[in-house]
Design a binder for this molecule. Structure first.
Ligand SMILES: [Ca+2]
Ligand SMILES: [Ca+2]
Length: 411
């Protein structure tokens, strides 16, 4: 299913309520699979339901089956429910395994995007929270620990939700993994992404793009790369409620269903910038959409991967309409669990360069809107032949030029 069809389906549901057709359990929960297609992979979980409420909140509910859920949950709450969908199991494409190294500093990507001129001006991402909606983030890593946005209203480890935000013991962040995980070994992915954004160079070789930004870990991807759509939606919502200005989404392979799109629209309404990896299948996502990369909401930046010689990586997805910019994504050094460092490749690594660059810009201009920060990054790229016609801006980000542009549009 393409985005146009999602729009049509969503519009159809809205039209039903707008025209006064009586809302019923069947109109808010069209479970007949009408929105399914071959392209919309993802196994439905028959006893879990993603509920979008009229006030914009999302929740994931459990019931014996769809019929019971309609009778015992949807009908009594019909007035407050906007939309219901089966939760789905998804296999996320975020499985790059890094080469673990005892590294000295290697910051070619940070140099290529011109981060250090901003650092020298004291612009380091201070005051900006960036959520890593991803796999596990090792908040004990010496280079990450100082950069975690602690939820000070929560008391850790007492089994209680002290701040009443619906999540127990979310002191260092939150974990939304409701599906079984086939391995206990933590994946490197989330920690690597977090380090690119904000690793503290005083404690190791990795140099975060925005070394004073704060990371909100919001895990929904299991160690084996599996996840559920409902968990993704809850992690996004949690990040927004914790005050994230930027959300990094270095994952793809989600089915093209309404709940995730609605969750992205909610982030747009709340003025949150969402940075999404384009994916690593070497294909044109204008023709073969990938979600969430292809959602293309107004506050979204979709990122392809540049090599060290500033060409588009052969494995990087591209799209002259859909993908906005390129950023470093090959041989990227960053933090991994157990105090380690590793090199990894992927658009998963390119997206956090953009998320970090956005944090730098926002710390320089705290009153800028998400759309202004996005424009600044897009309008100031270095146009490079290696990226022409593969990304909409034809270039790779340059945060020094982006800051100059932002100064022009935000006095
Ligand atoms: Ca809590
Ligand atoms: Ca607690």
């Amino acid at each position: 299913m393409d985005v146009q069809k999602i729009f049509t389906a969503v519009a159809f549901i809205f039209a039903l309520s707008a025209c006064g057709t009586q809302k019923s359990a069947d109109t808010v929960f069209p479970e007949d699979g009408a929105m399914d297609s071959q392209a919309c992979s993802g196994r439905t979980i028959q006893n879990k339901f993603i509920v979008q409420w009229e006030d914009g909140r999302f929740s994931v509910e459990t019931a014996e089956n769809a019929e019971t859920f309609k009778k015992e949950f949807i009908e009594p709450n019909l007035h407050d429910i906007k939309f219901v969908e089966f939760d789905r199991q998804i296999q996320l494409k975020s499985d790059e395994q890094g080469v673990r190294v005892q590294a000295t500093s290697d910051n070619w990507g940070q140099s290529m995007i011109k981060a250090s001129p901003l650092w020298r001006m004291g612009i380091k991402g201070q005051g900006v929270k960036v959520a890593v909606v991803d796999a596990y983030v090792d908040y004990t890593h010496p280079q990450l620990k100082p950069r975690i946005a602690i939820n000070t209203a929560e008391i850790p480890g007492n089994g209680k939700d002290d701040d009443g935000n619906g999540v127990i013991d979310d002191y260092y962040g939150a974990r939304f993994v409701s599906i079984p995980d086939s391995t206990q070994t933590p994946s490197s992915h989330g920690s690597h992404v977090a380090g690119i954004i904000a690793a503290d160079h005083s404690y190791g070789p990795v140099q975060g793009v925005a070394p004073l930004a704060q990371i909100i870990p919001a895990q929904f991807i299991a160690n084996d790369g599996g996840g559920s759509l409902g968990d993704a939606v809850l992690a996004l919502q949690y990040s927004a409620n914790r005050g994230a200005k930027i959300i990094n989404a270095s994952w793809g392979g989600a089915p093209c269903v309404s709940s995730l799109y609605n969750a992205f629209q909610d982030l747009e309404r709340r003025g949150i910038l969402v940075v999404v990896a384009s994916g690593n299948d070497g294909r044109d996502i204008d023709r073969y959409p990938e979600y969430p990369a292809s959602f293309n909401i107004a506050t979204q930046i979709t990122v392809a991967a540049a090599t060290m010689s500033d060409f588009m990586a052969a494995w990087s997805n591209s799209g002259f309409q859909t993908v906005h910019v390129a950023a470093p994504g090959e041989r990227i050094l960053s933090t991994v669990p157990k105090s380690g460092t590793a090199y990894m490749d992927g658009t998963s690594m390119a997206a956090p360069f953009v998320a970090g660059a956005a944090a730098l810009l926002w710390s320089a201009k705290p009153d800028a809107t998400a759309v202004q920060v996005k424009s600044a990054l897009l309008q100031s790229v270095d146009v490079v032949s290696g990226h022409e016609y593969k990304v909409n801006t034809r270039g790779r980000i340059n945060v020094e030029k982006a800051l100059q542009y932002l100064h022009q549009i935000v006095p």
